[in-house]
Design a protein around this ligand. Structure first.
Ligand SMILES: [Zn+2]
Length: 339
């Protein structure tokens, strides 16, 4: 099979590899599509601890073509999406139900070979069936959607809340739809790219702010008077992370969803957290939310198709990775089966 190999930082190639073996508890998936995530870019640049060489890719869908002898619940021919995050179930955190914080968390496409290949073998219990009315392209976005659902759980959006989303990339555009589905009263979006702002409006954002030409703080307080009930940072930038607490109302919640480079620091007045009773929270991966992601796709409450901006064949991974790092891209899919 053809597979993308990240052999060392900043070095990758498409190579011919044998189809992976299938353990007794594994399912072999003929990969349809695999999304490029910011994490893949970090892995490529050596900013994320992985086992090199690795076949990356953790946002994928496909069809089951073989199952191990002890597998139940998944069979050949099933259309599936994969939850890439594997936990040990026995550590301090797993035994308290906080599996995303597992001390031994590993992931398909990071620690094990993933979806930028024609086939991937994964533990069958990581596999989720998708209903007939969900396409395999849509199913490739179940993983980022599941992470966004956890973010919504953390943010605790209530019916009628004003939600401000900073950054309408692939993740921001999904979070906007989830905020709408959660009953947000008013959704404000700050995003410099006009095309992404247009999509944000399509998905339910009523107030669009262009941070490249407008004063975000002034605009948000003009609209809300008191600040937003919930502010979601989904740009992954120091500037927006620093601004987010200032945009929340007294007693409001700030969700740091975007991945800001670990060496970046922001300044924050503890007095502000105290006096304005701010709640500042993070959100990491997707504990028990993958099935809910499939449900949101099936019920069409989230439309991920407009979020897919580019599709590339596996052979064109170089171009796919280049585009994924450009401003033009929203979500880039790598298509494994183009013959
Ligand atoms: Zn654990």
């Amino acid at each position: 099979m053809k597979a993308v190999i990240f052999s060392e930082p900043n070095k990758f190639s498409v190579e011919e590899r044998s189809i992976p073996s299938v353990g007794e508890l594994d399912a072999l998936i003929r990969v349809h599509a695999c999304g490029i995530c910011g994490t893949d870019i970090h892995i490529l640049h050596g900013e994320h601890i992985v086992r090199f060489p690795v076949i990356p890719g953790h946002e994928f869908s496909g069809e089951v073509v073989e199952v191990g002898s002890c597998v139940t619940g998944v069979k050949v021919g099933d259309r599936v999406t994969v939850d890439p995050n594997i936990v040990d179930r026995t550590c301090f955190f797993c035994r308290r139900g906080e599996i995303n914080l597992c001390e031994n968390l590993t992931a398909v496409g990071v620690n094990y070979n993933g979806g930028f290949a024609e086939y991937a073998s994964v533990p069958a219990e990581q596999v989720y069936l998708i209903p007939e009315n969900v396409s395999l392209d849509e199913a490739a976005l179940a993983e980022p959607l599941s992470c966004c659902i956890h973010g919504m759980d953390r943010a605790g959006v209530r019916t009628g809340d004003t939600v401000l989303v900073l950054g309408a990339g692939g993740i921001g555009l999904i979070l906007i739809q989830l905020a709408r589905a959660a009953g947000a009263g008013r959704i404000l979006v700050s995003e410099p790219d006009p095309g992404k702002r247009k999509l944000a409006a399509l998905f339910g954002a009523g107030e669009l702010i262009d941070p490249s030409s407008e004063d975000v703080l002034q605009r948000v307080f003009n609209i809300t008077r008191v600040g937003a009930d919930v502010v979601i940072e989904s740009a992954g930038r120091k500037e927006t992370a620093e601004m987010a607490p200032k945009l929340a109302r007294r007693g409001g919640t700030v969700l740091q969803f975007g991945v800001v480079s670990p060496d970046k620091m922001v300044s924050l007045a503890p007095y502000d957290i105290f006096y304005r009773e701010l709640k500042i929270t993070g959100s990491f991966v997707n504990p028990f939310t993958h099935a809910r992601a499939v449900e949101m796709l099936s019920t069409k409450q989230v439309d991920v198709l407009p979020v897919i901006s580019h599709r590339f064949a596996l052979e064109n991974i170089s171009e796919a990775l280049r585009v994924a790092q450009s401003r033009d891209a929203i979500k880039v899919l790598v298509m494994s089966q183009t013959g």
